[in-house]
Each structure stands twice: as C-alpha cells, then as structure tokens.
Design a protein around this ligand. Structure first.
Ligand SMILES: Cc1cc2nc3c(=O)[nH]c(=O)nc-3n(C[C@H](O)[C@H](O)[C@H](O)COP(=O)(O)O)c2cc1C
Length: 325
C-alpha cells in the first residue's frame, strides 16, 4: 500500500489519534478491523520529561499486528526530542513518532504547542529534524490548515517538514478556529499530493466509503484517517479498506453492534479497571447504537447509568426486550 520509512502499511485507512478515546484498548479493538496503523492519544513532552505517571502510562502498550505511533505534543524541538528519547527507552513496541501540529484546544495552543506550531513553519522543520537525530524510527506530523483558511501556512509547514526529512504528513483541512465543526476545506487541498513526496493522509469528516473516496480523489492522498466516524462503527474501517482492496462491503445489525460494544468494554476494563473504564465508556458506548430504533432512551441510560460491566449488559438486555415488543 504505502511505506512510512521502512514500515509497510497494508491498508489505506488509519486510525486518528483522539485524546480520551484512542487508548491502548481502543487501538487494539480497531486493529482487528483493518486499520493500516494506529496512533496514541497525544502525549505531553514535558509530562514525560518530568516523569509524570499518568503521562508515562500513555506510552506503555503491547505490540499489535499493525504499527503504533506515539503522538507527542510540545512547543520546543529540544524537549520533543528528549521526550522521544525517553519513549524509546520505555517501550520497544513503538513503531514511529507522530508530532501534533494541529490541536486547536486553547489549553494546548496557549503554550505554543499543537496548531500554534504552524505559526512558525521553521520550528516545525526543526522539530522533525531534532527528533530524527535521536531516533532511527520514522517521524510523521499531523497538521491542520493553520490558524486561518488560506493555503499559505500549511504549504510553508509542509515545505519545512519535508526538507527536514519527515516520513509522512497527515492533514486535517480545517483551521484551528474551526476546531472540529463544519465541512473540511477540500478545495484548499486539491491535488496536494503533487507537492508532497512522502505519504499523505487526509483526516476530516470521514463517515462513509464515499467520504474516503472523495478525500483521496481530490487530494491524491495515499490514505484517510478515520476519527469520530468510526467510534461505535468499526466496520467503517473494514468497509473503506475492503473498497480499496476490491472486496465486498459488510453490513452490521443490532446483535453485531452489541457484540462489538461489549468487546470494547472488556478491553477497556482490562486496561483501566472497571470503575474508570465504565466512566469513560459512558461517552463511547452510546455510539454503537446510532440509528437503531428507539435508541434514544438506551443512549441516555448508557451515558448516565453506566457504573460497571453488568450495568452495561443489563441496560442492553432491557433495550433488546423493549424493541422486541
Ligand atoms: C475527542 C477528540 C480528540 C482528539 N484528539 C486528538 C489528538 O490527541 N491528537 C490529534 O492529532 N488529533 C486529535 N483529534 C483530531 C482527530 O484526530 C481528527 O483529525 C479530527 O477529529 C477530524 O476528523 P473527523 O472530522 O473525522 O472527526 C481529536 C478529535 C476528537 C474529536
């Protein structure tokens, strides 16, 4: 399919980093649905440098059948390189490093990290260069359009990171101001691949196979990154991958969705313990039931009453009984 450095990526669909969602349980769950690679939640360089236990837990994970990137965020080339070195010592299962140059959340941007980095294209290049000096693993970046909706900023950032030897660029064509809302600006990334000599991945509103086809056709990219669209709908990954491999699409039904929902719950409990896992799952479990009849009450119950695994099983069983009437 395509390569990141020496790593063979066997699917055109990759899993987006999502803070609060793509922990090791979620990544393991998605790996079996046909993703090309997965990325951790964003990890603070300073958290690693100060040895913060919670930050370190993001970097502890087992090997999967698909490559895993650790996504780092920070505001300085030196500290990001230090953090990458720390990661290398902590976990030999890391396949490559991704640098967050797109986060629009004020808590991150006010420190000069995330999408703020794009205000300084030269610094973006320096970051890639300095991380490449401390690791032989590939280094990728995830960017946005920049602070506004013009081409200038991201084109400059792309030039700098390519000069620095970046191994892949993922772009989410929304501005920092737009956060996650509205349509991505497909017009601004038309034929972008013509000026990018490394693999190019597109992120933004990938909810259907057609969305994936369009994003790749417009930009000429090598793949798409699924984010919110696959939460509760893991077969989106399978079906995009199947499409590009010339295979049939597969459909889902309530029992299949229940099976997936319980499977991810068990993985999350294994990772985080039942109490915390089920708190987190309040915001995820509901997504498996989008579009099913009378699911409004089910979703309301899952998002408010979920305290342990048996609550999850019971609430779902009661819903099944209710809709069978
Ligand atoms: C809850 C949430 C958390 C996110 N966390 C990260 C993150 O840690 N690092 C990152 O680069 N992007 C993050 N993103 C952005 C996604 O990776 C993706 O680029 C964005 O959601 C656009 O894709 P979508 O419209 O298909 O959801 C996050 C998005 C969401 C919704």
């Amino acid at each position: 399919m395509f390569k990141i450095g020496d790593l063979e990526i066997k699917s055109n669909v990759v899993l987006a980093p999502m803070a609060g969602i793509t922990s090791s349980a979620y990544r393991k769950f998605c790996a079996s649905f046909g993703v090309g690679y997965v990325v951790t939640e964003m990890v603070s360089d300073m958290g690693l440098i100060y040895g913060n236990e919670e930050t370190k837990s993001y970097v502890a994970f087992d090997k999967l059948d698909v490559p895993t990137a650790v996504q780092l965020f920070g505001n300085s080339a030196e500290n990001l390189a230090k953090a990458a070195s720390i990661c290398e010592k902590m976990n030999s299962n890391i396949d490559f490093f991704d640098i967050n140059m797109g986060c629009p959340v004020p808590k991150v941007t006010k420190t000069g990290a995330g999408s703020s980095l794009m205000n300084n294209p030269k610094l973006c290049g320096d970051i890639v260069r300095s991380i490449k000096e401390v690791t032989h693993k590939p280094v990728t970046v995830k960017i946005r359009l920049g602070s506004g909706t013009s081409k200038d900023q991201f084109v400059d950032v792309i030039k700098e990171v390519i000069k620095a030897g970046v191994d892949l660029i993922a772009i989410h064509p929304r501005s920092a101001k737009e956060m996650y809302a509205g349509q991505p600006h497909w017009d601004l990334i038309k034929d972008l691949k013509n000026s990018v000599n490394v693999p190019l991945i597109i992120s933004g509103n990938i909810y259907t196979i057609e969305d994936a086809i369009n994003a790749m056709k417009i930009s000429g990219a090598d793949g798409v990154m699924v984010a919110r669209g696959a939460v509760g709908n893991p077969l989106l990954i399978t079906n995009i991958n199947n499409h590009f491999q010339g295979k049939e699409t597969v459909s889902t039904d309530l029992n299949t969705q229940i099976k997936y929902c319980l499977e991810l719950a068990r993985l999350l409990i294994e990772e985080k313990g039942e109490h915390l896992a089920m708190r987190i799952y309040r915001g995820i479990a509901t997504k498996f039931f989008d579009g099913f009849p009378k699911s409004k009450q089910l979703k309301c119950r899952l998002s408010t009453e979920l305290n342990n695994y048996s609550d999850l099983v019971r609430i779902i069983e009661e819903y099944k009984k209710e809709i069978a009437i």
